[in-house]
Design a protein. Structure first.
Length: 98
């Protein structure tokens, strides 16, 4: 492992307290370990998003560019969402009355 570089960061009290709580509970040996774990998780998430974009989104985009008629118009999508939402609200209303 390369030699660590020292950095100074300012954190909101809530995040600083969270780090202190994790260290006090013994989940991590130091605040630096908590920060390193958080950065690893962020790197993994970023890598997963990049993979998703590369493996799934690009292909769908290319397909839609090649044949735009396959697309569902936004108005139709939003109408379906509004209808589903209204239906769920009606069901919730019936449940709360019964």
């Amino acid at each position: 492992m390369p030699s660590p570089e020292k950095r100074t960061f300012s954190l909101p009290a809530e995040q600083a307290n969270y780090i202190d709580k994790l260290v006090a509970a013994g989940a991590y040996g130091s605040a630096s370990e908590v920060v390193r774990a958080g950065l690893r998780a962020l790197q993994e998430r970023d890598a997963a998003v990049e993979k998703w974009l590369r493996d799934e989104v690009v292909g769908v985009y290319d397909t839609m560019e090649a044949d735009p008629d396959r697309a569902i118009p936004g108005e139709r999508v939003f109408a379906a969402i509004r209808a589903r939402h209204a239906d769920r609200l009606r069901k919730i209303g019936r449940e709360s009355q019964g």
